[in-house]
Design a binder for this molecule. Structure first.
Ligand code: ARG
Length: 462
């Protein structure tokens, strides 16, 4: 077949406008599916042979040629011609070129509609596994970091105002929990991805005897789809995957934002490795966190992909429409941006150091112990709302005189609330407060150490 020609196409006049060819093609990005397309085609051909629609010799010729095409594409030796529109046509055209009429039998009982849905599901299944692996790597880096600071303390913030003392370990582990939910969401999405639409044809299935279960089994799917109209139109799995990716990006962005704030001179809580800093072209003293800013900024691309996907699904008439071709642009874009950000974040976390002494020296600022003092009063029988008021007034007074709660003499504290005893001062030291946290999942050293042990076991077992 000559370049730029579709030998099988007889319905249309054959005239083509190069602008139209360029506009309709997806080959420039869906070639990424080549290995999945070929795996799907070999499974389909084997099934056709099983049903007597191909001889076993024809199957061998098709499978051999497809494997050679796959090797050539992998090696970069395959010449793609944009006239073939997409990866499915490009591979089929090469097959026909090499095997003639035998290759012309491959598309029996199949449409690009069920073919592309199958390919994309196969690709996504692998991508989800890769993404879960990257989440695991980041979790490991975070657990290692948390393990170095299981007992060291820092202020926790709400509304970016100093709130209560916590261990640095508990703070770092908070991200491990979030990334675990991301992993769970991906595993859950994977169950709906791993269903085989092959055999649904263009929209109605086929009059030929196709054994859908055998192709699904060969391709490692858990089940087959049960409605051919839905099967060729369904891209819910793309929207789900993109939501999962968007939420990972949100979590990465929050981590990046914290690191940027905590790494500022004003905070001075942490330093990241020089390898992940950039300098300024003008200001010689600068050591910027541009990579973290980019991780934060790239969240926009992940969100954009989700919104684009949801928008392209909206108001399409049943069933397959070419709009769906655009799904891959968004799915690939989000997968790539999230993969790069996950890897970079893991590297940055691995090169992070918290300045324990500097943080500890600042712990007396901000009345971090106020809640613990109120709870101390509760333990002496004072109703919580009353205790809250007592401590609030004491803090207001201390703020005026620039004192800490621990600076107040016992008589002053007792004047504020008769229930105060001499043991109150233990409560007024943030380092003691964290050790007094009793609830499960609290941010004290005991809970941090327990949860660290859990995560080490969990991540080792993966
Ligand atoms: N390249 C197309 C896609 O990605 C393949 C399916 C085309 N089907 C069709 N009937 N035009 O969706």
């Amino acid at each position: 077949m000559a370049k730029g020609e579709k030998s099988w196409e007889k319905r249309l006049s054959g005239k083509s406008d190069p602008k139209a060819v360029a506009f309709v093609e997806s080959l420039s990005y869906d070639r990424r599916l080549y290995a999945h397309d070929i795996a799907g085609s070999i499974a389909h051909a084997r099934m056709l042979a099983g049903e007597g629609l191909l001889t076993s010799d024809e199957f061998d010729q098709i499978a051999d040629a497809l494997r050679r095409i796959s090797e050539e594409i992998t090696a970069g030796r395959f010449a793609f011609d944009p006239v073939h529109e997409d990866i499915h046509m490009a591979i089929e055209a090469a097959l026909v070129e090499r095997t003639g009429d035998v290759g012309r039998k491959l598309h029996t009982g199949r449409s690009r509609n069920d073919q592309v849905a199958t390919d994309l599901r196969l690709w996504m299944r692998e991508e989800i596994d890769r993404m879960c692996g990257r989440l695991g790597d980041l979790q490991r880096a975070l657990v290692d970091l948390a393990g170095r600071y299981a007992e060291a303390i820092m202020p926790a913030y709400t509304h970016l105002q100093r709130a209560q003392p916590v261990t640095i370990g508990a703070y770092v582990l908070s991200f491990v929990e979030a990334f675990e939910r991301d992993r769970g969401r991906l595993r859950d999405t994977r169950r709906r991805v791993n269903i085989c639409p092959l055999g649904s044809g263009a929209v109605a299935g086929s009059t030929l005897p196709l054994d859908r279960h055998s192709t699904a089994r060969e391709l490692g799917f858990d089940d087959i789809t049960h409605n051919s109209l839905d099967a060729v139109a369904d891209r819910d799995f793309c929207a789900e995957f993109l939501f999962d990716a968007a939420l990972i990006a949100a979590h990465l962005s929050r981590l990046a934002e914290d690191w940027i704030i905590y790494g500022s001179n004003e905070f001075g809580f942490l330093t990241i490795d020089d390898a992940y800093c950039t300098s300024s072209s003008m200001m010689p003293q600068k050591r910027n966190f541009d990579l973290l800013e980019l991780i934060r900024g790239k969240t926009g691309s992940a969100y954009g992909a989700l919104v684009a996907m949801l928008t392209l699904l909206k108001a399409q008439p049943s069933t397959y429409n070419r709009d769906l071709q655009e799904d891959k642009i968004h799915v690939f874009a989000a997968a790539d941006v999230v993969a790069a950000s996950l890897e970079m974040t893991a590297a940055i976390v691995g090169g992070t150091e918290f300045h324990v002494d500097r943080i500890a020296a600042g712990m007396s600022q901000g009345y971090l112990e106020a809640t613990a003092l109120a709870e101390y009063l509760v333990s002496k029988g004072v109703p919580f709302r009353t205790a809250h008021g007592v401590v609030g007034s004491l803090v207001a007074e201390c703020e005026k005189t620039n004192q800490r709660l621990a600076d107040l003499p016992l008589e002053r504290l007792q004047a504020a609330c008769a229930a105060v005893g001499a043991d109150v001062y233990e409560t007024l030291d943030p380092a003691t407060v964290v050790r007094r946290y009793r609830t499960e999942g609290a941010a004290g050293p005991r809970q941090t150490t327990e949860r660290l042990a859990f995560w080490r076991r969990e991540l080792d077992a993966r």
